[in-house]
Design a protein around this ligand. Sequence first.
Ligand code: CA
Length: 221
Amino acid sequence: MIIEDEKDIVRLLKYNLEKEGFVAMAAYDGEAGLDLARKEKPDLIILDLMLPKLDGMQVCRTLRQESQVPIIMLTAKKEEIDRIVGLELGADDYVTKPFSVRELMARVKTILRRSKPSSREDKIFKVGILEVDFSRYTVTIKGKPVALSSKEFEFLKILIQANGKALSRDQLLEQVWGHDPSFEIDTRTIDQHIARLRDKLGPEAKRVITVKNVGYRFDTE
Ligand code: CA
């Protein structure tokens, strides 16, 4: 789904997505985008920052409270990037305008590939009062749903699947963001994601353990 008010960009993206075999739909302002996303439950959203009615930040924040749908933000403002990627918003990726369609398509495919669970992961992990459903992308604490961004979910999944082994920040970076050398991410971004993940895990946050000078591990004891 594309949420963008510039019709030329929508047309360009739709054309390219459809050429790649995706079904694409569009909304032209923030409010309509939210409505359409709730109704259609897309696999991925390309969301522009500057939108009429409700801006991309508000749309992203609202969507994030409701689902873990992957979100790629489009932005013309370099100074917004920090907020988009790491911090409170929970977007999965961003592309700055003017962007290369080829690069955006590559990001779309990477994210979709990552969010499609393989059958091996098709299971439920339980420890303490925490329950993670890898196929449905849901996390609950004492049966109550926890709203994680798809990045946070990815971190949790990788840590859990490491079976108690410590993972370095570089390993986490590589596994979550892939090998894209054009995508510069600071390892501090990982610490920010982990901090938010811990916040959301409440009483089970203690399982996400900092390993000094290395990275993190997940305690299943
Ligand atoms: Ca716009």
